[in-house]
Design a protein around this ligand. Sequence first.
Ligand SMILES: *[C@@H]1O[C@H](CO)[C@@H](O)[C@H](O)[C@H]1NC(C)=O
Ligand SMILES: *[C@@H]1O[C@H](CO)[C@@H](O)[C@H](O)[C@H]1NC(C)=O
Length: 272
Amino acid sequence: MAAAAAFALTTTLLIVGSYAVTTLKVDDDKPLQFTYSGDMGPDRWAALNPNFSLCAKGKSQSPIDIVTAQAVVNPKLKPLVREYNSVDVTLVDYKFTVGIEYPNHTGGIIFDGKKYSFKQMHWHSPSEHRINGRRFAAELHMVHVADDGQIAVVATLYKYGRPDPLLASIYSKLNEMAVRVGSEEKSPAIPFGPFHPPEIRRTPKKYYRYVGSFSAPPCTENIPYIVLAEELSISEEQVQALKGPLDMRCKNNARPSQPTNGRPVEAYEDHH
Ligand SMILES: *[C@@H]1O[C@H](CO)[C@@H](O)[C@H](O)[C@H]1NC(C)=O
Ligand SMILES: *[C@@H]1O[C@H](CO)[C@@H](O)[C@H](O)[C@H]1NC(C)=O
């Protein structure tokens, strides 16, 4: 029984996390609805569109500064289960961030006993969340959606250091995107891959959780965030590559910290 379970686990680990980026997409046709500087910057988001009113009126917005001394360890929190399947994905330049879109049946997470499917991941640089006031080099948001429409975001912080393997595998495509944006050339589908990101499926030993919002308009609330305590590392070239395809006003695509308004931040710790 134990041997069979161990075998099943090994097989799962071998098949998850191998996928190919098959398409490169630039959202050329839609003008930006908001930016991160200038007269469409974060302070003005709510004024730009009535649908963005929560960006100013919301009481549980993201990102926040996580004060670790105030994050209460909740022994009832469960490990974050992450299982992602082998799929073909699309690298997308949204102009305010670059991301990777996933098809259905990519797998996902089990969080708080609820299953969420993985839909998209994208990057912010510098980081949006802070830990004890400290801002990091960059932040990865992995967006998951449950069958009932509930969204949950897994956030991973990067500090400057050696290159991140996941970003290394899309580095040349990010540079290619930046060149295309400059040349105004439309982007056809470009096959590339495979793509093996082991760090996105590791079960974290420690995470913080709180309930926040989309950190960009429309700033929709009631979004649980799982912020992993262990940072990854990223090189300066990789941070520049993430900024390359973005609009000039969105090169630093991190929203300022939002008030917590008494929201609790809980911590999960694996003591095994
Ligand atoms: C607000 O959102 C609704 C629903 O998505 C949409 O139909 C409408 O056009 C949006 N309003 C503006 C001003 O963008
Ligand atoms: C993916 O799932 C969504 C929501 O369940 C559904 O609307 C959509 O049609 C699905 N797409 C494909 C390609 O099956």
